[in-house]
Design a protein around this ligand. Structure first.
Ligand code: NAP
Ligand code: GDD
Length: 363
């Protein structure tokens, strides 16, 4: 049953009942895909922003949900964002677009700052300009709701464990620095213009459609590939790093809950349990009855210039105020990902070698 509501701001108070409209940047990514599914199921009209002919994902043939309407826009380009927001007139904007792979941020620090950092200013400016929000701190009738994908990478060299909304930031990568900039920009637009803008400080969340460069997917693909005899080994970097890994489907539900509150605020989402990369590898290989020590090769080149050793969430605020809690934990998540990759690598796509070739390049 579609959820119908009074149009939030764009109709200037007209008593028209319309389906709520969401605009998602980063629609081709993991979270964009899960969030679109979640909002479509809740009855939203969902628009996804794509980089048109320059989108690498479009080139790789990743499919966006057929019910998502696409608009062109690039976080590097202010005019395109104003046009996209003006065209869609969304009630809710989810800014998920980013250069999100941490190692790339050392190789391309300027591009990371532009997309992951300044891109947030551009999106907020697009919303502010199209909604006609001025420097007055009194919000006008037009008050679209803005979600920013902040990250636990902002905590970096952590000052306390577990980390909550008040834990100081100490980013360790150009990506983390750019996310801190975006986070404070959201806070500033909330305080300067009375905008309904929130940041979700999300800990690592994964799924069977996680990008193959991230460690969970690299390991689930690696374990499946070794099991099927497609590869002998898997090269990895730091096995000692610990992360709080949850399931992406749970986290996009949290994003939507944050925008449903009366007042805007920032929230940490995570499971509250940390595991090491070594535990991840052990579990994934054990899932296919293999001993990881026979197949994993340590590669110094995969160590990072500055590492984030341990991330573990204290999501008490989200649990108490939003009623959010995860439904999938580490063991189930890893099993789900390995099983999915066993199916993927046994399927017809792989007989053509596409997936494996793509991975061989990355690994
Ligand atoms: P992802 O799979 O890497 O997706 C990133 C998305 O950003 C892609 O759709 C990509 O589009 C888009 N993008 C890249 N450059 C862009 C540009 N110049 N203009 C517009 N879009 C651009 O990331 P994810 O895992 O879904 O994460 C979503 C967001 O949450 C990101 O901001 C990430 O930093 C943040 N985050 C993720 C996690 C996590 O564990 N997954 C945790 C905390 C925060 P193309 O297809 O065109 O490249
Ligand atoms: N990717 C990768 N590849 N990571 C490895 C490898 C490897 O071969 N070997 C060890 N690791 C370690 C990394 O050094 C890091 O400590 C940990 O595995 C997790 O790496 P990623 O999966 O690449 O994720 P991340 O924690 O750096 O970043 C992800 O989570 C952030 C939230 O904390 C990304 O999704 C970010 O966009 C997100 O903000």
């Amino acid at each position: 049953m579609p959820r119908r509501d009074h149009i939030g701001g764009w109709s200037q108070g007209l008593e028209i009942i319309l389906t709520r409209r969401a605009l998602i940047t980063g629609i081709t990514g993991q979270d964009g895909t899960y969030l679109a599914r979640h909002l479509l199921a809740a009855g939203y009209d969902v628009y996804g922003m794509v980089r048109g002919q320059n989108s690498p994902s479009a080139r790789c043939g990743r499919q966006v949900h057929p019910d998502v309407r696409l608009v062109n826009g690039d976080l590097m380009d202010q005019s395109s964002l104003i046009s996209a927001v003006d065209r869609v007139r969304p009630d809710e904007i989810y800014n998920l677009g980013a250069l999100s792979y941490v190692p790339t941020s050392w190789r391309q620090p300027n591009t990371t700052a532009e997309i992951t950092g300044t891109g947030v200013v551009r999106m907020l400016e697009a919303v502010r300009i199209v909604a006609g929000i001025t420097s007055s701190r009194t919000p006008g009738p037009s008050r679209p709701r803005f979600y920013q994908a902040s990250s636990s990478e902002m905590f970096g060299k952590v000052r306390e464990t577990p980390q909550n909304e008040l834990t100081p930031f100490h980013p360790r990568s150009p990506y983390g620095v750019a996310k801190v900039f975006g986070h404070y920009t959201v806070q500033n637009y909330r305080e300067s213009y009375g905008m309904y803008a929130v940041s979700g400080m999300l800990f690592n969340h994964e799924s069977p459609i996680r990008g193959p460069e991230f460690v969970t997917r690299k390991v689930s693909l690696g374990a499946a590939a070794v099991k099927l005899g497609l590869r002998d080994s898997l090269r990895l970097g730091n096995l000692m790093a610990e992360r709080d890994w949850g399931f992406a489907g749970d986290y996009v539900r949290g994003m939507s809950m944050m925008l449903a509150q009366d007042e805007p605020d920032d929230y940490v989402l995570g499971t509250g349990i940390a595991h090491s990369v070594r535990e991840l590898v052990e579990l994934a290989f054990a899932h296919v009855d293999l001993d990881w020590r026979d197949h994993v090769v340590l590669d110094e080149a995969l160590q990072r210039p500055a590492e984030v050793d341990l991330l573990c969430a204290d999501a008490t605020k989200a649990q108490q105020r939003l009623g959010w809690k995860p439904t999938v934990y580490f063991e189930e998540l890893v099993g789900m990902m390995v099983d999915s990759d066993l199916r993927l690598l046994s399927g017809p796509q792989c007989s053509e070698g596409g997936v494996i070739r793509e991975l061989a390049d990355l690994w």
